[in-house]
Design a protein around this ligand. Structure first.
Ligand code: IPE
Ligand code: IPE
Ligand code: MG
Length: 243
């Protein structure tokens, strides 16, 4: 694995937005935009592993995306299946460790099986952690963690006084990952849309006008350069002021 350079993000998380508008511009159905978006996922994952990024998290389907027309939801599910079938071998070859975060039990049983298989198949891999947020919602994730802790307290297994941010974070889907350093959203929208709400407390945010299918290797590297130039203070004073 490559050395971790200063000012390089350890964890990049991306809200992959703009597939529909990409398709509309070309007078194509929205599904064509999602298909092109899968190509962008492939390119970005390759670029991320090539640069030695340790953690990449991609928002693929939100818990709110079920509100979309049935045909579009169906097309997105079909693409998810296609991605797993076509790309798992390469991901294994690239030593990628796969994780899928989200509600899980709401998706079709065959997809649940694919998720489990991909996680099992890559469990010993030591390269990049590639996490797909799929049927994921940040508020739901936080509420689930709170429910678990409340249950433990009610059953006398947990003293409420011992609840800290660290204990809480250990109950989130992302417990094995560091917090994202950089959250990118494509397509010009400037909102988080329920993505990694707890985890992004101190993330640097980067909003780009690029539509997701047009995002590739060059855009990822540029985003990482943009990150490297930022001064993260975490509530303290700037590193220059200290030095
Ligand atoms: C992102 O593209 C993909 C998903 C949310 C699944 P959109 O489908 O949201 O594209 P726009 O926002 O309509 O352009
Ligand atoms: C957020 O995009 C979800 C994903 C990228 C998977 P949306 O397109 O669903 O977000 P809103 O509806 O514009 O906030
Ligand atoms: Mg969108």
């Amino acid at each position: 694995m490559k050395e971790h350079l200063p000012n390089q993000p350890r964890h990049v998380a991306i809200i992959m937005d703009g597939n529909g508008r990409w398709a509309k511009k070309r007078h194509l159905p929205r599904e064509a935009g999602h298909y092109a978006g899968m190509g962008a996922v492939r390119e970005v994952v390759r670029a991320a592993t090539d640069t030695g990024l340790a953690n990449l998290t991609l928002f693929a389907f939100s818990s709110e995306n079920w509100k979309r027309p049935k045909t579009e939801v169906g097309a997105l599910m079909a693409l998810f299946r296609a991605y797993f079938r076509s790309d798992m071998d390469e991901l294994v070859e690239r030593n990628v460790r796969m994780r899928i975060i989200g509600h899980r039990s709401r998706v079709a049983p065959d997809i649940q099986q694919m998720i489990e298989d991909s996680e099992k198949r890559t469990i010993a891999n030591t390269g990049m952690n590639l996490t797909f947020a799929f049927d994921y919602g940040g508020q739901e994730e936080i509420a689930n963690a709170a429910r678990e802790l409340a249950r433990a307290a009610a059953e006398g297994r947990l003293d409420p006084e011992t609840i800290t941010p660290e204990l809480f974070a250990a109950r989130l889907f992302t417990s094995a990952l560091p917090e994202p350093d950089l959250v990118i959203r494509t397509s010009g929208e400037r909102r988080l849309s329920n993505f990694l709400l707890w985890q992004s407390a101190y993330a640097e945010l980067l909003f780009l006008d690029t539509l997701w299918p047009d995002f590739g290797r060059a855009e990822l590297l540029q985003a990482m350069e943009n990150f490297a130039a930022r001064d993260r203070r975490f509530g303290a004073v700037s590193s220059e002021a200290v030095a």
